[in-house]
Design a binder for this molecule. Structure first.
Ligand SMILES: NC(=O)c1ccc[n+]([C@@H]2O[C@H](COP(=O)([O-])OP(=O)(O)OC[C@H]3O[C@@H](n4cnc5c(N)ncnc54)[C@H](O)[C@@H]3O)[C@@H](O)[C@H]2O)c1
Length: 479
C-alpha cells in the first residue's frame, strides 16, 4: 500500500538524508567525506518476464548498494507494490548506518520487487523469486562475498530458501553457497532464532531503555515495562514477535493492533497468539471476536498508550498526525515510520523516539551469526550440545521410567522427546549474542546523549555513532 504523505513532506530518501545531515552538522568530518558516505553507490534496476497463467507477466525489481566500506553489503529484499528506487535507496542507506551502529561488519544494501505476494500462488511466487534471483546472481548482486540479502516486508524464510537454492544451482562449486542469503529455514542452512530476531531485538531494546531511570524519565514514564500499554502497527514478522514477547514475558498490555484492513483494540490487552491465528485464517483483523474493531486503522496510532510500535511501513507518522500522537515513547520497529518533519514535531512535544537504525537491528545482527555459521560450516554450540544432549537423554529416560511407574499417565510422546532432545543451545547462544549487541549499541547512544550537550535525541546520537564508524573505516582503508 502506498503511503500518501502531506504535500510538504520530503520523500523517504530525503527524510533519511535530512536525519543524516542533522548529525553530520555536529561532526567534524573531512571535506567531501560526508557526501561520499551519504550517497548511494549504485542501484540496479531489473525488468524480467515470467510466463504465468497463460501469459507473460513483466516484473520490476531493484537492488541498491549504498556503501561498500565493508563487504559483503547486507540488506533485505522487500515484496510490495509500493517498492520503488527512492524507497530501496533509503532502506539501503539505513542498512549502512544500522550495521555500523551494531558493529556487524557489513556495508548497506537493499532490494525490492514490485509485487503483491498475496496475488500469487506459492508455485508462481517460487518461479518469480527464482527468476529475480537469477538476474541478481548473474550480476554478483547476490553472492556470499559481495552482497547478502535477507527477508523484509513480504518475504520470509521460504523466499530465502528459493534464493539460496537458485544461487547453488548457478554456482555448484561454491562451498560457501549457503552464505549467499540469510534468514533461511533451519533445515536449509538457517540459524535458530533468526525468524524472531527483529521482534526479539525490539524487546531487548525496550528492556535496555527501561534499565536506566534517566531514559524512562526523559519519556515522561516511570517504572518498568510491566503493565505498560502498547499499540502495535503491523502484526507481521517484526510486529508479531515484538508484541508476543512483550506481552508474554514483560507484562505489557497490547491494547491495539493496527493492520492493513483496520484495527482492533481492547484496553484489557489483546491475546497476540489468538489474534495472529485469526489473521492467518482470515487474512486480516476484521471480525476478530476478542476486541473491538475500527475500520480507520491509522486513527488508532493516535490513541493513548505508553509505547507505540510502528512495525509495518514507512511514513505512517507524518506532519498530518504528529501533533495528535499520544504515546510517550515510540520505538521504530519498521524502517522510516516517522518522517523527518514529524520527528521535529514529536521532539518539540517531548515524545521520545527509539530510532529504526537501532530498534530493528536485531534482524541483521542474527543474520550476521547465520552468515558466520554458514561460512564456518559448523553448528554453533556443538561441544556444549553434546553435553546437553547427554543430560537431556538422562532426563527423558528418567521421565519415561516415572511414566511407566505411573501407568503411562503422562504419555511421553516421540514429539516431546524430539523437541526436548534437540536442545536449545544454538538458540540460547543467538539470544545472548543479540541481547549483548542490543545493550551495547543502546549504551553507545546513551553515552553520546549523556556526554554531549548539543545532542538531545537518540536518533541523532545513533547517527553520530554510526557515521563516525563508517568515516573511520574510510580513513583506515582509503576510498
Ligand atoms: N523482517 C525483518 O527481519 C526486518 C528487519 C528489519 C526491519 N524490518 C522492517 O520492519 C517492517 C515490517 O517488516 P516485516 O518483515 O515484519 O514485514 P511483514 O510483511 O512480515 O509484515 C508487515 C505487516 O504489516 C501489515 N500492513 C501492511 N500494510 C499495512 C497498513 N497500511 N497498516 C497496518 N499494517 C499494515 C501487513 O499486513 C503485515 O502483517 C518493515 O519496515 C521492514 O523494513 C524488517
Amino acid at each position: 500500500m502506498t503511503q500518501t504523505l502531506p504535500i510538504q513532506e520530503p520523500s523517504f530518501r530525503e527524510s533519511v538524508d535530512m536525519m543524516f545531515n542533522r548529525a553530520v552538522a555536529l561532526m567534524d568530518l573531512s571535506p567531501g567525506l560526508e557526501e561520499k558516505i551519504r550517497v548511494c553507490n549504485a542501484t540496479y534496476t531489473v525488468r524480467f518476464g515470467v510466463r504465468l497463467r497463460g501469459q507473460i507477466h513483466t516484473f520490476t525489481g531493484y537492488r541498491s548498494v549504498h556503501s561498500e566500506h565493508m563487504e559483503p553489503v547486507k540488506g533485505g529484499i522487500r515484496y510490495a507494490l509500493s517498492v520503488n528506487q527512492n524507497e530501496v535507496e533509503a532502506l539501503a542507506s539505513l542498512m549502512t548506518y544500522k550495521c555500523a551502529l551494531v558493529e556487524t561488519p557489513f556495508g548497506g544494501s537493499k532490494g525490492g520487487l514490485c509485487i503483491d505476494p498475496r496475488e500469487w500462488e506459492e508455485h508462481e511466487l517460487e518461479q518469480i523469486t527464482r527468476r529475480f534471483a537469477y538476474e541478481l546472481i548473474k550480476r554478483d548482486m547476490i553472492n556470499p562475498a559481495q552482497n547478502v540479502p535477507a527477508p523484509d516486508m513480504g518475504t520470509g524464510e521460504r523466499e530465502m530458501a528459493w534464493i539460496a537454492d537458485q544461487y547453488k544451482r548457478m554456482n555448484t562449486t561454491d562451498i560457501n553457497g549457503n552464505a549467499c542469503v540469510t534468514g533461511k529455514p533451519i533445515n536449509g542452512g538457517g540459524i535458530a532464532g533468526r525468524t524472531e530476531a527483529t521482534g526479539r531485538g525490539v524487546q531487548y531494546a525496550l528492556r535496555e531503555f527501561f534499565r536506566d531511570p534517566a531514559d524512562v524519565k526523559r519519556a515522561g514514564l516511570e517504572g518498568t515495562l510491566d503493565r505498560k500499554t502498547v499499540i502495535v502497527q503491523g502484526l507481521g514478522n517484526v510486529g508479531y514477535h515484538a508484541a508476543k514477547f512483550l506481552s508474554e514475558e514483560d507484562g505489557c498490555y497490547i491494547t491495539a493492533v493496527i493492520e492493513h484492513d483496520g484495527a482492533v483494540f481492547n484496553n484489557d490487552g489483546i491475546d497476540v497468539e489468538d489474534l495472529k491465528a485469526w489473521i492467518t485464517r482470515h487474512g486480516g483483523v476484521t471480525g476478530y471476536p476478542g476486541a473491538r474493531y475500527h475500520d480507520d486503522g491509522a486513527a488508532l496510532l493516535e490513541q493513548d498508550c505508553d509505547i507505540l510500535i510502528p512495525a509495518a511501513m514507512e511514513g505512517v507518522i507524518n506532519l498530518g498526525n504528529a501533533e495528535r500522537i499520544s504515546a510517550r515513547l515510540i520505538i521504530e520497529a519498521a524502517n522510516g515510520p516517522v518522517t523527518a518533519g514529524a520527528d521535529d514535531v514529536l521532539k518539540k512535544r517531548g515524545v521520545v523516539i527509539i530510532p529504526d537504525l537501532y530498534a530493528n537491528a536485531g534482524g541483521v545482527t542474527v543474520s550476521y551469526f547465520e552468515w558466520v555459521k554458514n561460512l564456518s560450516h559448523i553448528r554453533f554450540g556443538r561441544m556444549q550440545r553434546r553435553q546437553e544432549e547427554a543430560r537431556h537423554e538422562l532426563i527423558v529416560a528418567e521421565l519415561e521410567r516415572l511414566d511407566r511407574y505411573l501407568g503411562n499417565a503422562w504419555s511421553i510422546s516421540p514429539d516431546f522427546k524430539k523437541k526436548y532432545l534437540r536442545g536449545a543451545d544454538e538458540l540460547e547462544l543467538v539470544r545472548s549474542g543479540l541481547d549483548d549487541t542490543m545493550r551495547t549499541a543502546f549504551q553507545s547512544m546513551r553515552a553520546v546523549m549523556n556526554t554531549r550537550e548539543d545532542v538531545h535525541d537518540y536518533r541523532t546520537a545513533a547517527y553520530l555513532v554510526a557515521i563516525g564508524r563508517v568515516a573511520a573505516s574510510y580513513r583506515a582503508k582509503g576510498l
